[in-house]
Design a protein around this ligand. Structure first.
Ligand SMILES: [Zn+2]
Length: 336
């Protein structure tokens, strides 16, 4: 397999290579992992390798099958996706697929059907698909891509060989960022930490200027916890409600860095090196206890939102708690 660009996926690649070498191919594979983890990349690699007609290493990227696959024009490759504006994959889409795969593949060999976001299939869609998985047409392979298995019927799961794509170590994410983008060491380290081991997310964050400026406003607002800066922080939360988890994570990593600096003074352990000057300034503002309280408060707020607490008061209370009693006297004497 040509796996040059697939950093950190060696166990999965080894498992896939075993399938190719042994020829023991099942009818349905399920790739699970969060959005951006690499489900599409990894499942496509296996599918292409299984379709490839080369006698050597597969996929070869040279045979006509590989070229059609990579160009998105292979007539025996089907993609089922959630239609734009819809919340799920309908039974109608599965029935259309079933009708399409009744005929033989156009080219000799196999046909592959991808179901992206398979966890969004409705119950009826899953039941319809189950019938096909129970009696799969010859030459047809299914690749289900799902963020989690919890929304899938156990009977579907039992028909699939599952590959779980987990989080990558931070150093591998940094390597991926350096290979794909022109990015400083400091930025790469910070983005890798924020991505939580998800390469797709890391690449998206690295190129998301709006998100980077929101982060900066948020971190600067923390520098003067109190007065109007709390409003700045709230504005960031209000504008980025869809990615509140990322904002919590930004704050936690920031507070973690302040704690590290307070307790060890060791810059080599710091994540947010791109904002070293700001960290240096803020480290004298907070006591270790106050910082630990803030981390706890973030965790509480995260749990409250998960149990459907109202967004605005939850965030406001968290920010106000940062303000109340979190600052050293030295800082509270110099409001800006
Ligand atoms: Zn090939």
């Amino acid at each position: 397999m040509n796996t040059r660009d697939l950093i950190g996926q060696s166990p999965l690649i080894a498992a896939m290579e075993r399938i190719l070498a042994s020829g023991r191919v099942v009818h349905a594979y399920l790739f699970t992992g969060p959005a951006g983890a690499g489900k599409k990349t990894m499942s496509s690699l296996l599918a292409q390798a299984l379709l490839c007609t080369s006698q050597g290493s597969r996929p070869c990227s040279l045979c006509s099958t590989c070229r059609q696959f990579e160009g998105g024009s292979h007539p025996d490759v089907f993609w089922i996706r959630r239609p734009e504006g819809k919340t799920g994959i309908s039974v109608g889409q599965i029935r259309d697929l079933q009708a399409a795969i009744k005929v033989k593949p156009y080219q000799a060999g196999k046909r592959v059907c991808f179901i992206d976001n398979a966890h969004l299939m409705t119950q009826q869609a899953q039941n319809a698909l189950l019938k096909t998985l129970e009696e799969p047409p010859s030459h047809t392979l299914f690749f289900l891509l799902a963020e989690s298995t919890s929304a899938l019927l156990p009977t579907i799961l039992s028909r699939c060989q599952t590959f779980r794509i987990g989080a990558l170590p931070q150093q591998m994410i940094i390597e991926i960022l350096h290979r794909r983008l022109s990015i400083s060491q400091e930025d790469a380290g910070m983005i890798a930490a924020l991505s939580q081991g998800n390469p797709g997310k890391a690449l998206a964050l690295a190129e998301d200027e709006a998100f980077r400026s929101s982060r900066e406003i948020l971190l600067r607002s923390m520098s003067q916890a109190g007065s109007v800066r709390i409003l700045d922080a709230y504005e960031v939360f209000a504008d980025n409600r869809h990615r509140v988890e990322d904002l919590f994570h930004i704050l936690q990593l920031w507070i973690r860095d302040l704690l590290v600096l307070k307790e060890t003074g060791e810059w080599g352990l710091v994540i947010n090196l791109d904002q070293a000057a700001l960290l240096k300034k803020q480290v004298s503002y907070f006591t270790s206890e106050a910082l630990k309280d803030m981390i706890e408060k973030i965790e509480d707020s995260r749990k409250m939102l998960k149990s459907n607490s109202n967004y605005q008061p939850t965030i406001e209370n968290m920010l106000l708690s940062f303000q109340g009693g979190t600052m050293n006297a030295a800082c509270s004497r110099s409001p800006v």
